[in-house]
Design a protein around this ligand. Structure first.
Ligand SMILES: [Zn+2]
Length: 492
């Protein structure tokens, strides 16, 4: 049932996926428990990937959307699965689901015990614990001059309401998470990595939110100069940061002090966001930086105020990107934008904060998809992943639909696995370059470590020049063409 629905909505995703996929996977896992050893989505990951040739050492594991929620496994089987995935460099993730919390806690404890026993990271998906502040309660609505409640429907969610009316929801949301934290503390298990995909909920300043809030008596009382978008953005993002920090990041860190905690799309940046989520659109008057037909929105610096300990940029080929740029080499339209996104996070995130980038390969079409965007080629997508690694990404989190999972898992895993030969560069190297050529040309990324530089050079455009100079600190080095591979250049 869930699966059929899934196929009928090729459009999108996130809320469905986020809220829906966890249950879809659980359903699949439950149905299959007595038929095959592993749930089909997990078997698919095992089939699409190979054991690593080189031990990954202290490097973060690769995270894959379908290496998640394998069902209720016996302890021996849980250990076997965790091991099978670990030899591939993949970290198994368990979800916490407050809608079915006893069962969900037990499932996640069994996986986590196995991970703990093997000395591996305990990985948790907390998405469902954070939904929803806007749960449809009339008290969360905006209120007009006559005292009548009203909603903002521009996000595709029926009842997005007033950002100043959701504080009373904090205890309920907090308890959804706290139940699982208590369960883990009682089991003497620590969580090492926890992420959420908390998106269409809570205060968001885009779409019609500004226009809507200006009609709300309560919003006007709470925001001075509400007519100025900058003031409005600041007020809403401050609230959004406080919510994430108070009900999620801080409670998790209090119980698990060394935890990596973060949320989809929250990362340090240069003040601009180079992408729009599927439900977002530009509204006239909002500040942006133009680039051909792209409007890169001015973005609030939320990361430091959330208390998060890892960055989670979203490096996706959203269909609209294709029409933003004129490049004849259509691969460069995707590559250019996605490298801007990856580099923005890599360049602005402190060295001691891991960057775990959501990635995806298939074009993400909106519901009214025209389907005219030319698919990003596999080869150039894998090049992009390499450049992301050489610009500060520590590991990837692949999101994809079930029907895409075999291909998607293989593409990202191949790069993750091959990169292991440069493990020390990846763990300790410092990125040397964040330039993204405005026209298709030579793209160079690199990591410097102990007098050597690991570089990747990818050539777009008509002609391939010979050696290309690049500055590393106070030195200039020449980078020769080397299609599809990395080079190590000595600085001495
Ligand atoms: Zn309001």
């Amino acid at each position: 049932m869930v699966k059929a629905l899934w196929r009928e909505i090729p459009g999108i995703i996130a809320i469905l996926i986020i809220v829906g996929l966890a249950s879809e996977l659980a359903v699949l896992a439950g149905e299959q428990e007595h038929k095959t050893k592993w749930a089909p989505h997990v078997q698919l990951v095992l089939d699409a990937t190979k054991p690593l040739q080189l031990d990954r050492g202290g490097r973060l594991p690769l995270y894959l959307w379908h290496a998640m929620n394998p069902g209720l496994l016996d302890p021996e089987l849980a250990q076997e699965l965790v091991e099978q995935l670990n030899v591939r460099g993949i970290g198994l993730v368990a979800s916490w689901n407050p809608k079915n919390r006893e069962r969900s806690l037990e499932e996640s404890l069994r996986i986590s015990r196995a991970q703990n026993k093997l000395g591996l990271r305990v990985n948790i998906n907390a998405t469902r614990c954070l939904y929803s502040f806007f749960d449809g309660d009339p008290r969360t609505a905006h209120v007009d001059d006559e005292g009548r409640p009203f909603w903002d429907t521009s996000f595709g969610k029926e009842k997005m309401g007033c950002p100043f009316a959701i504080d009373f929801r904090r205890p309920a949301i907090h308890e959804q998470l706290e139940y699982f934290i208590r369960g883990f503390k009682e089991a003497e298990l620590d969580v090492d990595f926890i992420f959420a995909d908390w998106e269409i909920d809570g205060p968001i300043e885009f779409n019609e939110a500004h226009a809507t809030s200006k009609r709300c008596r309560r919003c006007r009382q709470n925001i001075q100069n509400i007519d100025e978008f900058g003031e409005f953005q600041k007020a809403l993002r401050k609230l959004r940061c406080q919510l994430q920090r108070d009900v999620y990041a801080e409670p998790v860190k209090r119980s698990f002090p060394d935890v990596l905690v973060g949320n989809y799309g929250v990362y340090p940046h240069n003040g601009h966001r180079y992408w729009y989520d599927y439900y977002e659109y530009y509204v006239d008057g909002q500040p942006f930086k133009g680039d051909q037909r792209a409007k890169y929105r001015k973005w609030y610096d939320e990361f430091p105020k959330t208390g998060y300990t890892f960055a989670m940029p979203v490096v996706y080929p959203w269909a609209r990107i294709f029409d933003w740029y004129d490049y004849d080499d259509t691969d460069y339209r995707w590559f250019y934008n996605m490298l801007l996104v990856a580099g923005n996070a890599g360049q602005n995130t402190p060295a001691d904060v891991p960057v775990i980038s959501f990635v995806h390969w298939h074009t993400i079409e909106p519901k009214e998809a025209s389907g005219t965007a030319t698919q990003f080629s596999e080869a150039r997508y894998q090049e992009l992943l390499w450049h992301a690694l050489l610009r500060g990404t520590d590991t990837f989190f692949l999101w994809c639909r079930a029907e895409e999972a075999a291909k998607e898992s293989r593409l990202v895993h191949e790069v993750y696995a091959a990169a292991q030969q440069y493990g020390s560069f990846l763990s300790e190297g410092i990125p040397i370059n964040f330039d993204v050529p405005r026209q298709p040309g030579t793209v160079i990324s690199g990591l410097e470590l102990d007098g050597r530089v690991l570089v990747r050079r990818t050539d777009f455009g008509q002609s391939t020049p010979g050696a290309v100079p690049i500055t590393v600190g106070d030195r200039s080095i020449e980078v020769l063409p080397a299609s599809g591979r990395c080079q190590i250049i000595s600085l001495r």
